[in-house]
Unconditional design. Structure first.
Lengths: 334, 379
């Protein structure tokens, strides 16, 4: 059903982080942008449809005090109403660039003031919600930045307190015009999920407790939360109530990435067990509960997958990165 | 991310080093009492209280080349000598072995079980020395204290830091190739069968619930692997069945252990940058190293004990050949403490590093770090 397509070579291998692949689809220009973290550097590259690499750029975390160069934790494109920004989080802070990575438009240094001695500070977890960009931190605080339509006049709008352990991932979806709708979900190392309604002031709507394992990746689709956990489970919750509706024993090792093709309700899960699974989400016409169906499973032999994304809106193709692998693997069913 | 990674890295690499040295000492027919003395001296230095204290202080991980310096020192803590080529090979084997163990740990927390496996085996080497045994037990206690109550999330951070350390290392090890745990391209085999980690369910089941939390339906899907449930959890106590085999001694008496250098590192660019490009932060790292090594108490050896050279290769010619043909990107050159025959010199070096005293090296530099660098260059 899915076949391997030509891989895109990377300058540096992918680091063993979760959510270590960001994809920006630019169908109008017939291009796909990929972003992968190597360690102290991240690589951005653009490729033509057949996977032919066209241009590449390396970004580094801003220097600071320390024994070795600071490590990058995540790189992610944020699609906002009037612009696209590339956000890079590291052990020093948060860097925001124009979407091709050419110009840094904003730098936010993390305050290590009250960090306990044994904990290194870092930022991790990036999502765009309306004209906001949310970024998680080691302390559990989520920083909300207000992004203007253009220019570098970015400001820290709010600091959300909901988590006590390092944030792992953040997901957001358009509010669909209704009030009181959950449109942002944040996850952390304890497995706790916080569900928010975005706005000039974010409101915490509900909390979904963890069960002893990190929630490494989270997605939001039509009011349903998909969460991937360190014990290999993928769970689906109703965002407005926090109720668990589906529990999938999806993987034999920690889930490291989830992605959505929102137009068709497809969910991609990837884990350290070398497997990638594609699921179809839907709502039951009778109960309205979120339901799931397994579509496809793919084994990436001997690869501890660390990032996975759909590459087209219909979810017919996806890309995968693996720890120590210096290429982006591509799969397609088209 | 985690400032608690160094003790786990150091103790496990040290454990692998002892397995390999024990294997080679027997293969080279070194007399039993000398072999035991070497292992005792190294273990005693490794688990020295002041050294362990320094090791457990929250700190960033050192680079591969910096850490190599510590093992170089450790390997020469006794009457045994190793040539550069043998030391290189030893470090290659140690690092690839622990990389394999970290990668294959079912849960991030299991790296602690791997560490206990190493320490259990180390206790086996020094059964007849109660004093050193006590030091090792003390370290086990300290490990439990430091790591026993960490969350799964914190262990995942530690695991990620360890994997950063081992990134892009693809040296092929014959014992791994033979056992089919490593492919010919240097990558480890990740099996998709066997027991799932403790706390993980066997994949394949989908459970659906209503708003009251009652299960209303189940479905199955084909996962693709062939997993079974985990039999039991390994013990994190001072003594116990660890269940996990990772970290136990894989070297039996008669297995030759070679490493293959050719085609080892596909991604030369990133590795070269790590090893050879001048690192402006090297000085600070050296200072940290010096502090750590300053705590290493190397025993003084009386003149009656004769030293010997251990060869990690089968013949001297092989060792020479290995030295000549080692690829550029895999050299650990930058910090190079040569093994010398002079034991007095080595003791002085240890003392110097601990006290930052310059004896006969002329140096105009102002800072301690510069002095240390200069001293190391002039060796």
């Amino acid at each position: 059903m899915f076949h391997r397509e030509r891989s895109v070579p990377l300058r540096g291998s992918a680091a063993a982080l979760c959510n270590n692949l960001s994809v920006l689809q630019l169908p109008v220009r017939n291009l796909t942008h990929f972003g992968v973290v190597h360690g102290p550097s991240a690589q951005l590259l653009s490729a033509a449809p057949e996977g032919v690499p066209l241009a590449q750029r390396q970004l580094h975390a801003k220097e600071g005090a320390g024994v070795s160069p600071p490590l990058i934790t995540q790189v992610h494109w944020c699609v906002l109403p009037f612009r696209v920004l590339l956000v890079l989080t590291s052990h020093r802070g948060i860097q925001m660039y124009e979407s091709d990575g050419s110009v840094m438009v904003y730098w936010h240094a993390l305050d290590s003031g009250d960090a306990p001695l044994v904990q290194a500070v870092f930022a991790r977890g990036i999502a765009a919600s309306g004209h906001f960009i949310c970024v998680g931190t080691w302390s559990g605080r989520v920083l909300v930045f207000d992004i203007p339509a253009k220019g570098p006049d970015i400001a820290l709008s709010e600091e959300l307190a909901g988590h006590q352990t390092p944030v792992t991932d953040i997901a957001a979806e358009p509010a669909q015009g209704r009030d009181c709708v959950a449109d942002v979900v944040t996850a952390d190392d304890s497995g706790l999920l916080c569900v928010w309604r975005s706005g000039p002031e974010f409101k915490l709507l509900t909390r979904i407790p963890g069960f002893g394992v990190p929630c490494s990746s989270v997605q939001l689709w039509q009011g349903a939360i998909a969460a991937g956990y360190g014990d290999g489970q993928v769970r689906l919750y109703e965002a407005s109530t926090g109720t668990l509706h589906v529990q999938i024993n999806a993987h034999a090792r920690a889930v490291c990435a989830l992605d959505l093709a929102p137009e068709v309700g497809k969910l991609l899960s990837a884990a350290e067990d070398t497997f990638v699974h594609i699921w179809k989400l839907s709502r039951s016409p009778e109960s309205g509960y979120i339901e799931v169906e397994h579509c496809h499973g793919e084994c990436v032999p001997d690869t501890q997958v660390c990032g996975a994304r759909f590459c087209d809106p219909s979810g017919s193709s996806f890309a995968v990165t693996g720890y120590d692998l210096a290429e982006i693997l591509r799969f397609s069913s088209m | 991310m985690s400032l608690r990674t160094l003790p786990l890295l150091f103790l496990n690499l040290g454990g692998e080093m002892l397995y390999i040295l024990d294997h080679r000492l027997r293969a080279q027919n070194i007399p039993g009492d000398k072999a035991r003395k070497v292992l005792n001296d190294i273990i005693s230095t490794m688990f020295n209280q002041k050294f362990i204290e320094e090791l457990f202080k929250p700190q960033e991980l050192y680079s591969k080349k910096a850490l190599r310096t510590v093992y170089d020192r450790l390997a020469h803590a006794s009457i045994m000598r190793l040539n550069q080529a043998s030391m290189d090979k030893l470090y290659d084997l140690m690092t690839m072995a622990f990389k394999y163990q970290v990668l294959l740990c079912p849960r991030p927390k299991d790296v602690l079980l791997v560490t206990f496996n190493h320490l259990d085996a180390i206790k086996g080497f020094i059964q007849d020395s109660p004093a050193i045994l006590h030091q090792v037990d003390e370290t086990v206690r300290r490990l439990t204290e430091t790591y026993g109550s960490l969350s799964a999330g914190e262990f995942q951070l530690i695991r990620q830091m360890l994997l950063v350390f081992f990134q892009d290392l693809h040296i092929r090890v014959s014992i791994f190739l033979k056992d089919r745990v490593q492919n010919s391209n240097g990558r480890f085999v990740l099996p998709v069968s066997g027991p799932v980690p403790w706390g993980t369910e066997v994949p394949g089941l989908i459970r659906m619930f209503n708003h009251k939390g009652e299960e209303v339906r189940t479905a199955e899907f084909k996962h693709g692997g062939s997993y079974v449930a985990a039999p039991k959890e390994g013990s994190f106590e001072l003594y116990g069945d660890r269940v996990l085999k990772l970290g136990t001694n894989m070297y039996s008496v008669n297995r030759p252990v070679e490493t293959h250098m050719s085609g080892a590192s596909k991604n030369v660019a990133s590795r070269t940058q790590d090893c050879i490009a001048p690192n402006p932060l090297a000085k600070e790292e050296l200072n940290l190293l010096a502090r750590l090594m300053g705590r290493m108490e190397i025993k003084k050896h009386s003149g009656t004990e004769s030293g010997f050279r251990l060869n990690l290769f089968t013949t001297d010619e092989e060792e020479e050949q290995a030295a000549l043909s080692r690829p550029e990107e895999l050299s650990y050159e930058v910090i190079n403490i040569q093994a010398t025959q002079d034991q007095q010199r080595n003791e002085e070096l240890a003392r110097i590093m601990g006290e930052f005293e310059i004896t006969d090296q002329p140096s105009q530099s102002a800072s301690k770090g510069d002095d240390l660098l200069a001293m190391m260059d002039e060796l």
